[in-house]
Each structure stands twice: as structure tokens, then as C-alpha cells.
Design a protein around this ligand. Sequence first.
Ligand code: ADP
Length: 239
Amino acid sequence: MTGLRLQGVCKRYGSTPVLGGLDLSLAPGELVCLVGPSGCGKSTLLRLIAGLDRDYSGHIEAGTRLGMVFQAPRLMPWLNALDNVRLVLPAGEEGRRRARTALESVGLGEQLAAYPGQLSGGQQRRVALARAYAVEPQLLLLDEPFVSLDAPSAQRLRELLLLWWRASRATVLFVTHDLDEALGLADRIVFLGGRPARTVLELSLTAPRPRPPELRAQLQRDLLARHPHLLSGQANSGG
Ligand code: ADP
């Protein structure tokens, strides 16, 4: 089982620095949420970790088996749910079995033959999750995967993610701008801010999951009382 290690990662687009020497380590099996204001470089960082962009300096050590879930489900409209998941797997009966198991694990066992256009937004996200789970990733990267879903659907998908994470023992890096979501999911929240972006604060969460809404609200109030500008990417000194 591997975690993730970033050392001094710098990224610029042309002359604009976006990431300014970022250090970040995830222990194997840890679930970390990355929170920061829009445009601060969160998606850029995930793309570097996923190997989709190799134009950076610094050091990134990630496992070899990576899964990624994006903001949009990114399904092929001409393939049914089963074949969308099979796309990432070896051809043949073994791939078919793994795709079916992954779809069953997200509650889509009855929709294997449905095309994306016949599925709700929440069901399409489930297919995207199943596609990521099917590769049995050591490291799962998620970039605001539940954004723009209604609140109950998003909550069900978070519960499914936690179930999968517990069973798989994978390392998870979850990007969100939703502090409540991060407070519900994470072992640790890493807050990014500034231009170029750096880590401005880290918060470890020890309360067992599921964390009820009142607890999350209390944690949020306490945190923002100490760091009123945290969600704009600024933390007060002194932690
Ligand atoms: P976040 O995910 O935190 O919203 P992004 O990583 O998408 O932020 O973007 C960080 C910054 O880099 C933004 O200012 C964005 O405009 C810029 N950016 C992102 N992708 C590119 C690109 N391909 N070329 C130039 N600038 C980019």
C-alpha cells in the first residue's frame, strides 16, 4: 500500500506561478481533503499527481495504480453503464465481471445496460465512481466529484465513497471548496491559499464517521472563528 508524497512542487502557466513549492504527504490509507478558493490551483495539482501534466518542478511520488474522478462524469454517451466501466479494464470475461461488481457496489446493478442519457445526474456520478473503483486504485484522486448534485444525492455518494474507502484501504485525495463536505469526510484537511498557492493550514479530524450535521457545523464555526478568512485562502498565524 502506498501513500503520496509531494516535495517542493512548483507549477507555472507561462510567467504566472500557480503552485509555489508545495509539500504534502499522505500516509497509506489516509483520506485527505484539499480545500481552497476557486482558481488557487487545486485541479492543477491533481493533474500533476495524476501524471496528466508533467511540466512542473519538484518531486511527486505516487503509487502506480491511480484512479481519478472529475467534476463531470465524463461518460461515453454511446456506451451503456457496463461498457463505460469496461473501457478502463482488460477486455474479456474478467473485465466484465469486475465492471459488474463495481457497478453493483454503487447500487447500479439493475442499470448495467442503461446509457448515460437514461441515467440521472447522480447515477452518472455513480458510474464515474464505479469506473474509478474498478481499477482497484492504490490512490484515488477526486476533483469536486459531487458538485452540482442535489444535497441528498451528494450525501449518498459520500457515504458510498466512505464504504469503498474502508473496504479498499486506498489513499484518497479529495478536492472540494465545500468545507462542510471536507469536515464530513476527511482524516485531515489541507487548506491551500495565496498566489502562488501554498498550504496555509492543516486540520486533523479524529471524530468517528459518520459525523452528524450539528458536529460539522460546530467544527466549522470553531475553525472560522479562529481563521475568519480561511476560505479565501488565508489563515491567522498560530494555527
Ligand atoms: P482550482 O482547481 O483551485 O479552481 P485551477 O487549478 O483550475 O484552480 O487553476 C489555477 C490557476 O491556473 C487559475 O488562475 C487558472 O486560471 C490557471 N490555469 C489553469 N489551467 C490553465 C492553463 N491550462 N493555462 C493557463 N492557466 C491555467
